[in-house]
Design a protein. Structure first.
Lengths: 327, 327
């Protein structure tokens, strides 16, 4: 199958986001969702996507594909070369849906699951053709955020996985091949850790939702929009290097700095692994160069919010006003 | 004291960043750091700051203050109305430094500590005038990131705390008053949780530093540059509301979605507290309005990186090229 027909099974916020991203990249989209308000919800997500996604691009997007709401799952999947399952996060529902999909779809179609938690091998239990199934976990809003965690199991067909990478790239996404299947993949494990600690902070009366959000968006959230955790620390480590930084940071791991206290042992080998991986990631840049890249990105990211009078943008505008008064 | 003289005690990356931010806002800066290369390091941070901070503003910054390197701590702090301590993160060193500062500084000066971990009450142990001391914890790069966690203890003078808030605001920062002192304050507790989970992912061979960074910066990192954790989930919860979202998300807390498994109990009361706090934070916006604000911010944040050919910007440019070829 290599036509541009995608079937969206489950049309909530995530399914709707997938539908919008494919549609605006010229794919024909067939939606199946038995909920009474599915069509309204998808149209709303689509309106958001039409108003925003084209602004990311300096060239025109392809002519929009055709959107069809189907009365049954079979009609939606029959001719599709990509089938994206976004039904509720319960394994029994997922398995029944995948079985129905495989009973009606092309044997060469890609079947992606939007699951945030299940491993592909769990989704393949009892499947007619497990090789067709993989996790393709996107992030809300799907029509704007590029990340898709693409997780195969040992049974997933590698050629199909590579085809999936190409297709996702062609609709502007960033497929991240998760090489080892694990509950909740990669990003949601990090999110879950923050979520748990955030709940403790509220539970213990240390901070409110707003204070926690501000602690993120005026600080490390700005860093993470352009470099992640390790790249940021690579720079913080400066000339002394990543291994030095980790060795220095190491002891805190055993301090009660979070309520989450199961901690990997920082063996020399683990420290070296991290330092090597960090070198492979950006050893081609000097720390000075990385600082300049970071600073230019931070300026762009913060300036972009001035126009919207939001968060750091609101702060910068108020500061401008104050500076002007002092002139 | 209300002159514009600040003493920077400890001139590493953090002290240097403070020096640069004050200096570029017209303050005279007196630095004391016994390290041989302190002056070179501060000059380097300052060069970065001069090349970037003015770009955040649409009006001119004040005339730069005067930078002085002092031979001893006493000379640096004598006339200062703000003294910022950024010495290494060891309590004995911090306490000795604070004692030396208090022996030589004005009784009405603000003494801020850049500590990322210690509580203000720990720093006040044995102090001559504990009321003068508070935590003022910034984020790297200090000359660009606005967040400062401002943490008083019960002994900290409230008028001085309020004065500190005003002064930080006047140099373009966002003081976040941490109302309850706690090890590592707020932001670093969240960072520590992610750091620990990230180390597990590397330790277990699930992901490399680069894969973890990509999972952040192509996905939730983009969200967190403008809204934090809870605001993002408020939107994800959609029309059903925050309490519904948490109740739905709740069960995952007990699934093995992270290696960090100490979990607060999601009582009805905690759920309601979170929902109420979220309403107080942004109940004035409808979910549709928040979606539009989020989308506009995401577009700005991602577009800002196109120019720098970095991360999501590189991806978007490659996608433009591909779209152009298809035209």
């Amino acid at each position: 199958m290599s036509n541009k027909i995608v079937a969206i099974i489950g049309g909530g916020v995530i399914g709707g986001g997938w539908a919008a991203r494919f549609l605006l990249h010229g794919w024909h989209v067939k939606v199946y969702d038995p909920a009474a308000d599915a069509q309204r919800k998808i149209e709303e997500v689509l309106a958001n996507a039409r108003a925003s996604l084209p602004k990311l691009s300096d060239v025109s997007l392809p002519k929009e594909g055709q959107l069809t709401f189907c009365d049954n799952l079979e009609a939606a999947v029959a001719d599709a070369s990509w089938i994206q399952e976004s039904v509720p996060e319960r394994l029994d529902i997922k398995l029944a849906t995948l079985a129905a999909i495989q009973a009606a779809c092309s044997h060469t179609a890609i079947i992606g699951s939007s699951t945030s938690g299940f491993k592909p091998s769990e989704l393949q239990q009892g499947a007619q053709r497990p090789a067709q199934i993989m996790v393709a976990h996107p992030f809300n809003p799907v029509y704007l955020l590029p990340l898709v965690e693409l997780v195969p199991s040992e049974q997933t067909n590698t050629a199909l996985l590579n085809q999936a990478k190409d297709l996702l790239t062609s609709i502007g996404m960033k497929p991240l091949h998760v090489r080892k299947e694990i509950d909740a993949h990669i990003a949601d494990r990090l999110l879950e850790a923050v979520w748990r600690e955030g709940l403790w902070l509220i539970n213990d009366g240390v901070a409110t939702t707003e204070e926690i959000d501000d602690a993120i968006r005026y600080g490390f959230g700005l860093r993470w929009a352009q470099m992640g955790l390790f790249e940021t620390y690579r720079i913080a480590g400066g000339e002394a290097g990543m291994a030095h930084f980790i060795a220095q940071f190491g002891p805190c791991l055993h301090w009660p700095w979070s309520k989450l206290t199961d901690v990997p042992e920082l063996t020399d080998q683990l420290v070296q692994t991290i330092a090597d991986q960090s070198d492979a990631q950006s050893g081609q840049y000097s720390i000075r160069e990385l600082e300049r890249i970071r600073d230019n990105n931070l300026i762009g990211i913060m300036r972009a919010q001035k126009q919207n009078q939001w968060g750091v943008g609101e702060l910068l505008n108020a500061h401008d006003k104050r500076l002007k008064e002092l002139e």
